[in-house]
Design a protein around this ligand. Structure first.
Ligand SMILES: *Cc1c(COP(=O)(O)O)cnc(C)c1O
Length: 391
């Protein structure tokens, strides 16, 4: 398999880990393109996750914005409330096939930790989640959720006690216990084969969208919009449409308090390329080339890098990447809640915020699909603090 997406991706890891990844790649290639895996994966997506997720015509939002016809891909309706479970089910099925008894993952805000703990409970796997001490304090409820699901949450106190340190610990554990342990990565990031593998487990979003829009409209959409943290929900929607060159595709990063303030999470706005978490990609660095901390109101977009396939798609101009600020995203959050009765995740609200700025300029015959990557239940405290402060 090709380890790269154009000039990006690769496998920048120590030798011991490279051996483990070579075995993983082989198992993935041999098993996940076969009929047995496809049958199992589809079965769990249907019976456990609740797929296919709806493609919903947001009629009131369409009328309010007065431009293109808007459809929402409802990943928020999945079990556990977001797209992450699609990937977790795929990876844990592979782990089982490889004879592993234990899964590990790292988590910042806790969403990927909760999704992994959910999959581990379902497949009766031992589960350890690495989480920075600082993040554990901030996300107490998610720590409790993971423990309810039977996972052990391992506190990480090195470095700044946040996500980056949890990632380092998880990689170390993966190398030391490769015989019985599988590392479940949460987005299209990390060393090969993870970015490719996670995309394969998320591309179901776009495949479903394609058949649903053909059924509803008899044609393909004109625009696709998705938010980008690591990039898994976005590439999941985009992938099956990339070959249709007249479809305009837009990825929306978190602009935080504004790019100029430095408080943001947009790897593309920074325009620097380097090595982060075993891959070569666009990332946020300071003048000395060190990774800069990312900031966003949305915990799920708060990542200083971006998946290498997105880096390639940016360079070849196939996908346009933009950013919206916290304020624009929160306006999108409120807009969808009030007009459609759907409270979106703050991550997804970035896609909505951007859509609200361009849809009014489109004509009524055009069709736009927005990926609603998750639901906002987890974000009501953040939204409460935000709106009571600004209003
Ligand atoms: C984690 C998360 C994201 C960001 O991750 P991607 O890999 O970029 O998709 C976006 N939306 C929701 C709801 C999430 O939970």
């Amino acid at each position: 398999m090709n380890k790269n997406f154009g000039n990006y991706g690769g496998q920048y890891v120590p030798e011991a880990l490279a051996e483990t990844l070579t075995k993983l790649e082989k198992a993935f290639k041999d098993y996940c393109y076969g009929e047995e895996f496809k049958y199992e994966y589809k079965k769990y997506l249907k019976e456990y996750v609740g797929r296919p997720s709806l493609l919903y015509h947001a009629d009131r939002l369409t009328k309010l914005l007065g431009g293109a016809k808007i459809y929402l891909k409802r990943e928020d309706l999945n079990h556990t409330g977001a797209h992450k479970i699609n990937n977790v089910i795929g990876q844990i099925l592979l782990a089982k096939h490889m004879g592993k008894k234990r899964v590990i993952a790292e988590t910042g805000a806790g969403q990927h930790g909760v999704a992994t703990a959910t999959g581990a409970a379902l497949f009766n796997m031992e589960c350890t989640i690495f989480m920075g001490a600082e993040d554990m304090r901030r996300q107490e409820l998610n720590v409790f959720k993971m423990e309810m699901l039977g996972a052990k949450v391992q506190e990480v106190t090195s470095g700044t006690s946040t996500l980056k340190d949890a990632v380092d610990m998880a990689f170390e554990e993966y190398v030391n216990r490769a015989d019985d342990t599988f590392y479940v990565v949460g987005s299209v990031v990390g060393p090969h084969p993870y970015p490719l593998m996670v995309r394969e487990f998320q591309k179901v979003i776009g495949e479903e969208t394609k058949s649903q829009i053909m059924e509803l409209e008899g044609r393909l959409p004109d625009y696709l919009i998705g938010c980008v943290g690591g990039g898994s929900n976005a590439i999941g929607l985009f992938y099956d449409f990339l070959k249709h060159e007249d479809i305009k595709i837009i990825g929306v990063e978190a602009g935080g308090k504004g790019i100029k303030t430095g408080f943001h999470a947009s790897a593309f706005e920074d325009e620097k390329v380097g090595i982060i978490h075993g891959m070569k990609t666009y990332m946020m660095t300071d003048d000395e080339g060190n990774i800069k901390p990312a900031y966003s109101i949305s915990a799920g977009l708060d990542y200083p890098g971006v998946g290498p396939e997105h880096a390639h798609l940016k360079d070849i101009g196939r996908v346009k990447y933009v950013s919206v600020t916290d304020d624009e995203a929160m306006a999108g959050f409120k807009l969808l809640s009030k007009t459609e009765g759907i409270i979106p995740a703050i991550e997804s609200s970035h896609a909505l915020g951007y859509a609200a700025s361009i849809v009014p300029k489109m004509n009524k015959e055009e069709i736009v699909v927005i990926n609603l990557s998750g639901r906002g239940d987890k974000d009501v405290n953040t939204a409460y603090d935000y709106f009571t402060k600004v209003e």
